[in-house]
Design a binder for this molecule. Sequence first.
Ligand SMILES: C[S@@+](CC[C@H](N)C(=O)[O-])C[C@H]1O[C@@H](n2cnc3c(N)ncnc32)[C@H](O)[C@@H]1O
Length: 274
Amino acid sequence: MTDLSHPTLPGSLPDKRQVAASFSRAAASYDSVAALQRAVGLALLGQLPDALAPARWLDMGSGTGHFSRVLAERFAASEGVAVDIAEGMLRHAREQGGAQHHVVGDAERLPLREASIDLLFSSLAVQWCGQFASVLGEARRVLRPGGVMAFSSLCVGTLDELRASWQVVDGLVHVNRFRRFEDYQRLCAESGLELIGLQRRPHVLHYPDVRSLTHELKALGAHNLNPGRPSGLTGRARMQGLLQAYEQFRQPQGLPATYQVVYGVLRKPMAEGL
Ligand SMILES: C[S@@+](CC[C@H](N)C(=O)[O-])C[C@H]1O[C@@H](n2cnc3c(N)ncnc32)[C@H](O)[C@@H]1O
């Protein structure tokens, strides 16, 4: 995704067709490697306000639908909508139940009516959206007054060990770029939604070797899609360089990969403009 601290670089916006194709390809492998995604989504569910009883919820960027199924169980009397930009992910999710409706759509231009949703849940999807302000604008449009948006995302600091190791090798863009936490703070403050909570928490995963990490990113569909990424296969010498550079980060548990996770909970005011 694009680092919005450089909003004047439209050429570096991610190509959404590539994002959709990459996640569609990953639909079958995603669940087997999604430990971090599970932990983050669960932590986000834990931040929902008590006594929430949505008539209709939206799982935005629903992926394989794991959290759609959790939401369907938790809010058994409610109606669920799953939206994702990747048709392959939705196909996979639909087969397993959860939401009643599976709709292909973009978080920056939701294919939903205004004031039609009571809970907008979105875990680890909006880091793929170039314009988070548009995501918040859409949330404000589709939420009913009093409705809640709960999102998790990634910010600067994520995968820095991998980024720094590639920097030693060739200085090219090998790792997705992320928005700064301060930009999440500012955009949420300007959104017209009430901020209930916004925090950043590091999650560190450990891998026996670099290949396990890069294979996992590929199986998730979350490998580097940025313009400026190197094309073609990674040469043996450069790969050797990467393995060597990453070793400087090794800890007793293995090679660390840090994810800086943003958790946000917002509410649409009961009466707008008051
Ligand atoms: C890392 S997966 C997370 C899936 C699920 N929320 C979870 O926690 O397991 C990110 C998902 O966001 C979707 N996505 C990316 N950009 C999107 C956009 N602009 N609008 C809607 N979905 C998007 C991807 O297709 C993918 O399924």
